[in-house]
Design a protein around this ligand. Structure first.
Ligand SMILES: [Zn+2]
Length: 264
């Protein structure tokens, strides 16, 4: 008989992930505006009709209403759906790896913080301290309880992550007289280091920079070279950190074996 004992957990993780994704949409929308993330209930941004609970079910309601407000028919961005689906998939992937454990809860919280930061930075070019600072504390506290990475590694990761970007920002400002990188990026990379350790933070920075350069060059080519084009770094760091969380070990192993094969 096939072993089916895992499946209830996975479904629970999917439902939990979709529900938390729905909450993340509220956080992404309201936190940068300084509004409460619990009150009031959600309203249609266009006609301001309060959204009934049955029209506010994660993923399902958006699909059933085909992305429109029931009252006025204004279209609701597919981004709401995307955030909910993405959060549900992250919860499932973490549950498959860790089960419903403390590690699951903390890495899920970490991933949610990264998602929220990515979208808030994209929309407003800020990374709220209200996410990054408590995140650093939680990451370091987790490592003290015997989580992964080990305490010294988490501390080294936070210091290295914050330190590298601080040095880059300081040097850039010294050379150009222009503030190129916000303090938000510094605290974000410290948060990432607290959860992924010093190797993870370096890989995140590498992946984030590669991705950011690729997208940046593409945008500049598409729009014509505009040196003032400001692209927030937070979304790329967040994506790099998620990739490191899920595939960091494989990427490093692949790199080492490739370098070994190439004779380095
Ligand atoms: Zn409406």
């Amino acid at each position: 008989m096939p072993d089916v004992t895992f499946y209830p957990e996975w479904i629970l993780a999917l439902i939990l992930g979709a529900a938390v994704g729905s909450f993340l949409n509220v956080v992404i929308h309201r936190l940068p505006l300084g509004e409460s993330v619990v009150h009031p209930r959600s309203r249609c941004p266009s006609c301001h009709t309060m959204i009934a609970w049955y029209d506010n079910l994660p993923i399902l309601s958006w699909l059933l209403l085909r992305g429109r407000c029931r009252a006025c028919g204004v279209s609701i961005s597919p981004r709401y759906l995307l955030v909910e689906v993405f959060t549900a998939m992250i919860a499932l992937a973490l549950c498959v790896r860790f089960g419903l454990t403390l590690a699951f809860a903390l890495y899920f919280a970490f991933a949610c913080a990264l998602l929220a930061v990515a979208y808030i930075d994209l929309d407003h070019q800020i990374i709220p301290d209200r996410i990054s600072l408590p995140g650093i504390v939680v990451g370091l506290a987790f490592s003290v309880t015997g989580g992964w990475p080990a305490m010294t590694d988490a501390l080294a990761g936070a210091l290295l992550g914050g330190g590298i970007l601080l040095a880059v920002a300081w040097t850039y400002e010294r050379l150009t007289g222009v503030e190129g990188m916000g303090g938000g990026d510094v605290k974000l990379l410290a948060l990432i280091g607290a959860f992924l350790g010093w190797r993870g933070v370096l890989l995140t920075l590498l992946l984030g920079s590669l991705l950011g350069s690729a997208i940046g060059v593409t945008l500049m080519l598409a729009r014509g070279a505009d040196r003032k084009l400001a692209i927030p770094f937070g979304p790329f760091l967040s994506l790099g950190a998620l990739a490191t969380l899920f595939w960091g070990d494989s990427i490093v192993r692949w790199y080492i074996s490739y370098a070994g094969w190439a004779g380095y």
